[in-house]
Design a protein around this ligand. Structure first.
Ligand SMILES: Nc1ncnc2c1ncn2[C@@H]1O[C@H](COP(=O)(O)OP(=O)(O)OP(=O)(O)O)[C@@H](O)[C@H]1O
Ligand SMILES: Cc1cn([C@H]2C[C@H](O)[C@@H](COP(=O)(O)O)O2)c(=O)[nH]c1=O
Length: 218
């Protein structure tokens, strides 16, 4: 029988350094004999990648942004995440729903309760052919939150690439996004592992591994 699927998400403000560590983790899981599905949000399917292009580059209000994120997520769950978990894969997802709470909720000030309602709708296991899912709401098993002061992240991103709509926001926006992540982590402490990302890459990599080893995941 295939090993039970494992769903890990990676979160943090832009430039926190999460993408830097995802490939190395994928290699570690493969070395342990696991199949890995690497994916991201918004995105991960042809439809959701189209939504990504719109959401990251077109101006729109916070409700439109939130609805697009959840629509893309539903497609991503149906076509990629749920089938991968059913196969027993380790799913490594660069951002998931906590990003919607942090960016649209914290950063843009959109109603937290309404986001919770949308989360229940979009991540409802019913209709996703997910008989293996015990809980009605599909959530990551563990979320690694790369926490870093916005000024540090901005310095890392400066000149690295042409900034998108979110990356062009001022530090105050990212202070609010960071507070959104903190609120989410406080509400679901068993699902979150906070990684101090304001350290050299090697120290962050050690902290990531320790978080997984401590929970018996690696
Ligand atoms: N610990 C670190 N110290 C210094 N620089 C770092 C560290 N980790 C990553 N970087 C650099 O910071 C930049 C952003 O890193 P990365 O792309 O991994 O962040 P990210 O969280 O995935 O960002 P985004 O969400 O915007 O894609 C890259 O240039 C990367 O090389
Ligand atoms: C899932 C999700 C993402 N965002 C924002 C966060 C980032 O600024 C971009 C994605 O870019 P990345 O380079 O892949 O990190 O989108 C958001 O606002 N809401 C969401 O739900």
């Amino acid at each position: 029988m295939a090993a039970r699927g494992l769903f890990l998400s990676f979160e943090g403000i832009d430039g926190a350094g999460k993408s830097t560590h995802i490939d190395a983790l994928a290699d570690a899981f493969r070395a342990a004999g696991r199949q890995v599905t690497l994916t991201r949000e918004p995105g991960g399917t042809p439809l959701a990648e189209k939504v990504r292009a719109l959401a990251l580059h077109e101006p729109m209000d916070a409700l439109t942004e939130a609805l697009l994120m959840f629509a893309a997520r539903r497609d991503h769950l149906q076509r990629v995440i749920v089938p991968a978990l059913a196969r027993g894969d380790v799913v490594l997802c660069d951002r998931f729903t906590d990003a919607t709470f942090a960016y649209q909720g914290g950063g843009r000030g959109f109603d937290w309760q309404l986001l919770s309602t949308l989360e229940l709708l979009a991540q409802d296991a019913v209709g996703l052919e997910a008989d293996f899912v015990q809980k009605p709401l599909i959530q990551p098993d563990l979320t690694l939150w790369f926490d870093v002061p916005p000024a540090v992240a901005a310095e890392r991103l400066a000149g690295a690439r042409v900034p998108d709509k979110f990356e062009s926001q001022p530090v105050a926006f990212f202070d609010a996004v960071r507070a959104g992540y903190a609120r989410r982590a406080e509400g679901q402490p068993e699902r979150f592992a906070r990684i101090d990302a304001d350290q050299p890459r090697e120290a962050v990599a050690t902290a990531v591994r320790a978080a997984l080893v401590d929970r018996g995941i690696l």
